[in-house]
Design a protein around this ligand. Structure first.
Ligand code: NAP
Length: 437
């Protein structure tokens, strides 16, 4: 057996993810020692309340309510931040980096909000800042892009980046039922938070997408500037019509370089039912990435939960430990040397669309709508006209899909169509993504 190097680890936060990290370290410590030659010892753990009962694997001597006890501990070389939130997490991460300690974090909100500052601080102080767990939990997507695809220009990235919304859309698709009832079910089963806002409105996914844009495209784009729509407006009727047309509705994160800038957006989208992404179900996440050299690749797995997330944290921990022991630079320059950018303007996006109009059941309506599309240069691909309304002059859905059109044209056409007397409800428009066909 070769020599073993010892490194001290400090942890801030001992909740769902922190508990998972302790379990994995207890399970794998001997293996890391004997096979990887690294002995990782937890020296201190900060929590909000030391009096809370903790799992058997944690000695109470290790606990403190003062995060500085972790950061300033002389035997801690690597700090794991799994407390979440922006403040004081930002302050703690900065303090650790400024004292030359490596940081491993699972905190996507922190990186999406303060990534520029934190990666810069890591670079200045020659410290590591690793964040595998912040994007898609247990899927090693950060490592795959950073270490696996540096030879490539990434030409597109499509991701199912949020497990809660994928669970809800899967149940709506496979079992029927409306959004509100299935959200309640997901909360009862622990797949959705008591306050699910950040998941269902797309914020969680767009924060992850902004981290992926830094990594895959070298762009620092504030996530608030990206187009972000959630799944709240997806109705069972759209899921059924989408299926009739050969599509499944998913909440997608999309990033693609275009001549006018990087397209970066999160919204529900119709994807062809026979694609891999359409068949990623329940709480699973997936990312389809195309490199110009490697071609298309799909990564899938569990995007959250104690063990998958802790698996990603511990893999970062071991990797940072190996870099430290080898005396190598611990921050990947690719994360620091990024270009501050704006996403491509929403009005310049070009894609095809699914449209559901609710119209009076009277002659000539279809021609009227087709005419408005024609004046905006939007060409219709398919039309589904429902059976006649049971009441004379009642409302019926009229479904159309379009060929590729500019978002600007679609918005203008929609406004005109919604103003027609024969249109009885606001129209539903969902973008269609053919992925990498
Ligand atoms: N849960 C997941 O599946 C998942 C997946 C991917 C990423 N993440 C990310 O991982 C991070 C942690 O998530 P989690 O689910 O483990 O959260 P959690 O269960 O709420 O745990 C948070 C922990 O942080 C501690 N804490 C809070 N404020 C503190 C403070 N000021 N000083 C010291 N400790 C403090 C809490 O202490 P007490 O125990 O005393 O309350 C608790 O142990 C978040 O950034 C989250 O976005 C989570």
């Amino acid at each position: 057996m070769g020599s073993t190097e010892s490194l001290g680890v400090g942890i801030i936060g001992l909740g769902v993810v922190g508990g998972g990290i302790i379990d994995i370290l207890n399970d794998r410590r001997d293996y890391f020692k004997s096979v990887r030659g690294i002995d990782l010892t937890v020296q201190k753990i900060a929590v909000r309340d030391v009096s809370k009962p903790r799992s058997a694997g944690v000695s109470s001597d290790l606990l403190t309510q003062n995060a500085r006890d972790v950061i300033d501990h002389p035997d801690v070389q690597i700090v794991i931040e799994v407390m979440g939130g922006l403040d004081p997490a930002r302050e703690y991460v900065l303090a650790a980096l400024e004292s030359g300690k490596d940081v491993v974090t699972a905190n996507k909100a922190l990186l999406a909000e303060h990534g520029d500052e934190l990666f810069e601080a890591a670079s200045t102080h020659n410290a590591g800042l690793a964040f595998e767990a912040s994007v898609c939990g247990g899927i090693p997507i950060v490592r795959s892009i950073a270490q696996g695809l540096p030879a490539n220009h990434v030409t597109s990235l499509f991701g199912i980046l949020n497990g809660t919304t994928n669970y809800i859309l899967t149940k709506m698709t496979d079992e029927g039922g409306n959004y509100a009832d299935i959200l309640k079910q997901a909360q009862d089963l622990g797949y959705a938070e008591a306050d699910p806002t950040m998941d269902v409105d797309g914020t969680d996914a767009v924060q992850k997408l902004s981290i992926l844009c830094r990594l895959a495209f070298g762009h620092s784009i504030p996530y608030r500037k990206m187009l972000c729509e959630g799944i709240e407006q997806v109705s069972p009727i759209d899921i059924v019509f989408a299926r009739d047309l050969g599509y499944t509705i998913k909440l997608l994160g999309i990033a693609k370089p275009q001549s006018g800038g990087l397209e970066a957006r999160v919204h529900p989208a119709l994807v062809p039912t026979d694609t891999l992404l359409a068949n990623i179900k329940n709480e699973f996440n997936a990312i389809e990435i195309v490199g110009n050299a490697a071609g298309p690749q799909v990564y899938t797995g569990k995007g959250a939960g104690a063990s998958p997330t802790a698996s990603a944290v511990v893999s970062d921990l071991l990797y940072q430990a190996e870099l430290r022991i080898a005396g190598r630079q611990r921050i990947n320059r690719q994360l620091v040397d990024v270009e501050a950018a704006e996403p491509l303007a929403t009005e310049d996006i070009e894609t095809s669309y699914y449209c559901r109009f609710t119209v009076q059941d009277t002659p000539g309506v279809l021609a009227h709508i087709a005419n408005i599309f024609a004046t905006h240069n939007i060409s219709i691909a398919r039309v589904i006209q429902e059976d006649r309304s049971e009441t004379e002059g009642g409302s019926v859905p009229l479904i159309m899909t379009t060929h590729d059109a500019r978002e600007k044209s679609m918005s203008a056409a929609r406004e005109e169509i919604d103003a027609l007397d024969v249109v009885t409800e606001a129209s539903q428009i969902i973008r269609i993504e053919r992925l990498n066909d």
